[in-house]
Design a binder for this molecule. Structure first.
Ligand code: 3PG
Length: 308
């Protein structure tokens, strides 16, 4: 019997990406099943019952989803952050979880600059704004997205610094980026701070009073990572005290309404997570996902496994 591959995306991939995944499945003699725009989590729980592999985006692959599957062997998060997968539940059931690092990172980095320009120009309100050229950009976490942000920043003529205790200084220096040895140095020297931290227990609410309180005047924080890495109460407190700060986030905070009401156009939130929502990123991540599944089934390749 051929393997059944379910693509379950509450926020669908571009049509071309779906077609590409479907064709690769067909050529490999795998059965392709599509569940898109589902509103009820139970639909996902039901859909996984008899499939062998699952491709998702930010869809919530909970313990219930995993436990309700009879044949599931591999879940691929078409993207970088896998905070939406219950990796532990998967591990207990022998289900391999993977991500597709780097496949959508240029898209996210480009959106970070879209947001920087948007905020620098007063959300296109017709009044004089400011330029990015000559400003100092601090990249908080220098992974695939951070590296793309650094590359693009140079085109804008920005001075780029980064903090990441897990990346060698030499790597940053080779990219023309100044490494800083403490996160505080990033927050108290930069005009723009771009967040690229994964959401893990150690990073949740990491950007809080301690860092907000040392920011220089006029800082704009751009969050294309996860809302969880910012402490919303700290943000509300500092924005109430200081009128010079701006915050734009790709995915609304829990306290979105309160922030919008209190801070007006000093804050901006995308209606839905848009970072990876490009044709190119969808094709890259979608095709990588199905190829990783095939390589796992045919060759036992676990290169991108995240729950070893
Ligand atoms: C990621 O972690 O890869 C991005 O946040 C993209 O998420 P999305 O697939 O839900 O757009």
């Amino acid at each position: 019997m051929s393997n059944k591959i379910l693509v379950a995306t509450e926020k669908p991939f571009a049509k071309k990406a779906v077609e590409d995944i479907k064709n690769i499945c067909k050529n490999a003699n795998y059965e392709f099943i599509l569940l898109e725009k589902y509103e009820d989590q139970n639909k996902l729980v039901k859909a996984v019952e008899n499939v062998d592999a699952l491709i998702v985006r930010s869809d919530k692959v909970t313990r219930e989803v995993i436990e309700n599957s009879n044949n599931l062997k591999v879940v691929v998060r078409a993207g970088a952050g896998y905070d939406n997968l219950d990796c532990e539940a998967a591990k207990e059931k022998g289900v391999v979880c993977m991500n597709t690092p780097g496949q959508n990172s240029n898209a996210v980095a480009e959106l970070a600059f879209g947001m920087m320009v948007f905020m620098a120009r007063g959300q296109f309100n017709g009044k004089p704004g400011t330029e990015l050229k000559g400003k100092k950009l601090g990249i908080h976490a220098y992974g695939n997205v951070g590296m793309n942000v650094a590359r693009i920043a140079k085109g804008f003529g920005m001075d780029v610094a980064a903090f990441d205790p897990f990346v060698d200084n030499e790597k940053m220096i080779a990219d023309g980026v100044s490494p800083v040895d403490s996160v505080e140095k990033l927050y108290n020297t930069c005009d723009y701070i771009s967040l690229h931290l994964p959401s893990i227990p150690e990073t949740q609410k990491f950007v809080n009073d301690k860092l907000f309180s040392i920011m220089k005047p006029g800082v704009t924080i751009i969050n294309t990572a996860r809302k969880e890495v910012v402490c919303e109460d700290s943000l509300i407190k500092i924005f109430s005290e200081r009128e010079d700060l701006k915050y734009a986030s790709d995915i609304a905070p829990v306290k979105k309404d309160e922030m919008m009401e209190k801070f007006g156009n000093r804050v901006y939130f995308t209606p839905k997570k848009m970072g990876a929502q490009t044709l190119e990123a969808n094709i890259n991540a979608g095709v990588a996902s199905i190829n990783q599944i095939i390589n796992y089934f045919e060759k036992g390749d676990t290169t991108y496994q995240v729950n070893k």
